[in-house]
Design a protein around this ligand. Structure first.
Ligand code: AMP
Ligand code: GLY
Length: 441
């Protein structure tokens, strides 16, 4: 099997998919890479033998492309194609897919489903929650949570469906108004306890029964330095050499891994078939153990840039093992190094982003550690399209060094852009550590 030639299909065209394409390119296995993309990302196109633009959320279109290209193995980067059944359509044509089928992807696409699954299988770390379709009982539940509540629209909302007390909602009255808006749109919603602590992401490769965990990573969701400003897709992320994070205890990591395993098992029991892909647990370390904030059915963006750059195991071996359900036979290794990822994003991002301006990447000293995101090629020129433009990763023995490298590289990306200078800095990490220490006291 080891010598089998693979034609790999990559679905998606952001920085996360650029990181996937680079990891595939590093493989020593004979292969070719074909990409089905929603934008002309030249970074990915350059690494692909064939690169097609189309509707990545149309299962028929993706499957037709896969058949025309004689694809033998596929990986789906973003969540939206998982929700529309792209993985199902590829499996129907006997193409193994890294990325769960539509039913299993509900672990991300329905907040209510994720919470119910946790309850049904007694999975620890679930905040107190209720799932509502009407206003019946909403007020009483809010009162029981007092000022510690979060309202989450059910369904994929591009990160905009979650409103947190104190941040986006200042009173029960505002919460009720938001619930009314959701009901008017026909959406159901979850209200849950607001947890206090530090967030981290735990990713696992999963073939169904077996999970291989990755080092924990911390993302930075807020737009501006000091965790100020609106929520974004993620402005940057870091991981540490010891495959822990400075504010975590070993028990936090063990609990997160165990929870990912219980979720995969619960999904298998519930649907009778296994979760194949990357399972992403979003956790919060709190004073009394870990809480699950959310699950996602894919790699994180930006976390993929940290993890895929550190990945030492051949990614085609991993993907093949996911397809064949043989992950238990292999070791998955990550370099024992620190990593810092920083995103350059358009001025005004996320609320009012500049668009259509030229982006220069010629000055970036380590092009291998540059990942193009929301860009397009127009008349041969690289232009920004408004979402996160380009990410860089610094890798080093120590976090300080990795941060300095990332800062240098991100500053070399030219255009009407900004980035968070504080991601991965000693100062910000110390703040996280002392926050956690004060909560644990
Ligand atoms: P989600 O889309 O579920 O990741 O939510 C977006 C952000 O809202 C998370 O990254 C958290 O910062 C915050 N959040 C979501 N759920 C909770 C919760 N139960 N307690 C505190 N913060 C939360
Ligand atoms: N890191 C945030 C996300 O990928 O959803």
């Amino acid at each position: 099997m080891r010598h089998r030639f693979h034609t790999l299909l990559l679905v998606g065209s952001g920085a996360r998919e650029h990181a996937l394409a680079k990891a595939i390119k590093r493989s020593s296995r004979p292969h070719s890479l074909v990409t089905f993309a929603s934008s002309a990302n030249p970074g990915i196109a350059h690494l692909s033998q064939s690169f097609a633009l189309g509707n990545i959320n149309d299962p028929k279109a993706v499957a037709a492309f896969a058949r025309a290209q004689d694809v033998t193995l596929a990986v789906v980067g973003p969540e939206a194609p998982l929700e529309t059944g792209v993985a199902d359509a590829l499996w129907e044509r006997d193409i193994p897919v890294v990325g769960p089928r539509r039913d299993l992807a509900m672990i991300e696409t329905s907040k209510g489903f994720a919470r119910h699954l946790m309850t049904e299988f007694g999975i620890p770390g679930c905040p107190d929650y209720r799932h509502f379709r009407t206003l019946d009982g909403v007020e009483a539940f809010l009162q029981s949570l007092s000022e510690k509540f979060v309202v989450k629209a059910d369904g994929l909302m591009g990160g905009k469906g979650v409103k947190v007390a104190g941040d986006h909602l200042q009173s029960h009255r505002e919460a009720l108004q938001y619930c009314e808006q959701l009901i008017a749109k026909g959406a159901s919603f979850v209200i849950e306890e607001k947890c206090m602590g530090e967030e981290f992401s735990m990713f696992s490769f999963c073939d169904g029964p077996t999970l291989k965990h990755m080092p924990p990573v911390q993302d930075h969701k807020r737009a501006y330095v000091g965790d100020e400003g609106p929520n974004t897709g993620g402005m940057g992320s870091y991981s540490d050499r010891d495959h822990s994070l400075p504010f975590l205890k070993i028990s936090d990591i063990e609990a997160a891994r165990a929870t990912n395993e219980l979720v995969a098992e619960g999904l298998r029991k519930k649907f009778g078939h296994g979760y194949k892909g990357i399972l992403y647990g979003g956790y919060m370390a709190t004073a009394d153990g870990g809480r699950v904030i959310e699950f996602n059915a894919r790699f994180g963006d930006p976390e993929a840039m940290n993890l895929l750059t550190l990945l030492e195991t051949d990614i085609i071996d991993i993907f093949e093992a996911i397809g064949n359900e043989t992950l238990h036979n292999m070791e998955v290794a990550f370099a024992p190094k620190a990593s810092v990822c920083k995103y350059a994003v358009p001025a005004g991002y996320p609320d009012n982003p500049a668009k259509g301006f030229a982006v220069g990447i010629e000055q970036v000293e380590q092009p291998e550690n540059l990942f193009l995101g929301a860009v397009d090629l127009r008349q041969g020129k690289l232009v920004a399209t408004g979402s996160r433009t380009a990410a860089v990763v610094g890798i080093a023995e120590e976090l300080e060094e990795a941060e300095a490298i990332a800062e240098t590289l991100v500053s070399q990306v030219e255009g009407n852009l900004f980035h968070r200078q504080d991601v991965g800095t000693r100062e910000l990490i110390d703040k996280r550590v002392s926050h956690m220490r004060s909560l644990r006291k």
